[in-house]
Design a protein around this ligand. Structure first.
Ligand code: ATR
Length: 291
């Protein structure tokens, strides 16, 4: 049990459900390793209670919060300020205490950004394929456009959703680099190598033997693949990328770094790289991942 004292600041996760979250493990370990007097707990909050929860958290002097499903969008109206990228994405997963309320950030996307930096993948001037057009794809599209990608192609089962998302990113950021296509249309893309970001739930445990695109030809387009799934640690998509001799990464570092970035924002520090690695090892142990 932690040494909880009168000075201990509280942070927590609001969502529903919250029982299986990895965040308490991440943040309580970071607090211990970084010697920060902070404890992290979960708060199950019903959809209609989000405003009351924010007001209550502020009144209780809670330092910061993570926000998960189903509140990532509807929490925004209760904030006093919002980071520009989070605003564009339209989803927030981290609240930082400020004068009079909380400021919202999207550290999910900051987490992916740090994972890509770790892997030596630069989005700038790159040609990018995003598989999927849901919430995660939306955040990733904005990140890639903000990082000045050369081109972004969103491939989705429902073609119209890909087109709508592409238009929205182009319009909001005043660019014309994002395009949406259907699943069968990737043959138009030949001739280049792409950074491919897999954002759908296809391949997630227990359906581990599936990938949204399984055609061998598609994988000739891939320079490097990143799946946001981390369970299983090696998805079918990653295996298909690796079969072409290319590198593939899962989403575990994204999860790690979304936590680290939130912890840094709350405590106004930069976490030591050695401690980041220690938390990563803990997460792998928790998920029984053997590399
Ligand atoms: P998230 O917020 O995690 O991104 P989401 O918003 O529900 O989740 O989006 C899920 C994405 O995965 C969508 O792009 C969805 O495709 P559709 O827009 O055609 O629904 C895609 N997806 C999920 N399950 C799929 C499946 N079995 N086959 C094809 N695409 C799937």
């Amino acid at each position: 049990m932690k040494n909880i004292k009168g000075t201990t600041r509280v942070c927590g996760l609001i969502g529903n459900p919250v029982k299986h979250s990895m965040s308490p493990l991440i943040h309580n370990a970071l607090a211990e390793y970084e010697n920060i007097d902070m404890a992290y707990v979960t708060f199950k909050v019903e959809e209609q209670d989000i405003e009351k929860a924010l007001a209550g958290a502020y009144a209780l002097n809670i330092l910061g919060m993570n926000v998960t499903v189903p509140h990532k969008q509807n929490v925004i109206s209760g904030l006093i300020d919002i980071d520009e990228l989070a605003q564009n994405i339209g989803a927030v997963n981290t609240l930082v205490r400020a004068e009079g309320g909380y400021k919202g950030y999207n550290t999910d996307i900051l987490g992916l950004q740090r994972e890509l930096i770790d892997a030596g993948i630069s989005l700038e001037n790159s040609d990018i394929i995003i598989i999927g057009a849901g919430g995660a794809a939306r955040a990733i599209s904005f990140l890639c456009a903000k990082e000045k990608a050369n081109s972004i192609t969103i491939i989705n089962r429902t073609r119209q959703k890909a087109i709508l998302l592409a238009n929205e990113v182009n319009n909001k950021l005043g660019v014309n680099i994002v395009k949406g296509i259907g699943l069968q249309e990737y043959s138009r893309l030949s001739g280049k190598k792409y950074i491919v970001l897999q954002t759908t739930s296809v391949g997630l445990h227990p359906d581990i033997d599936t990938a949204l695109i399984e055609d061998d030809e598609f994988y000739d387009l891939v320079e490097v693949g990143v799946d946001i799934i981390y369970n299983p640690a090696k998805t079918k998509f990653m295996k298909l990328v690796e079969a072409k001799g290319k590198k593939a990464y899962n989403g575990l570092k994204m999860l790690l770094y979304q936590g680290v970035s939130a912890f840094e924002l709350w405590n106004n520090i930069q976490v030591d790289e050695h401690n980041v690695q220690k938390v990563y090892e803990l997460m792998k142990k928790e998920l029984e991942i053997v590399e």
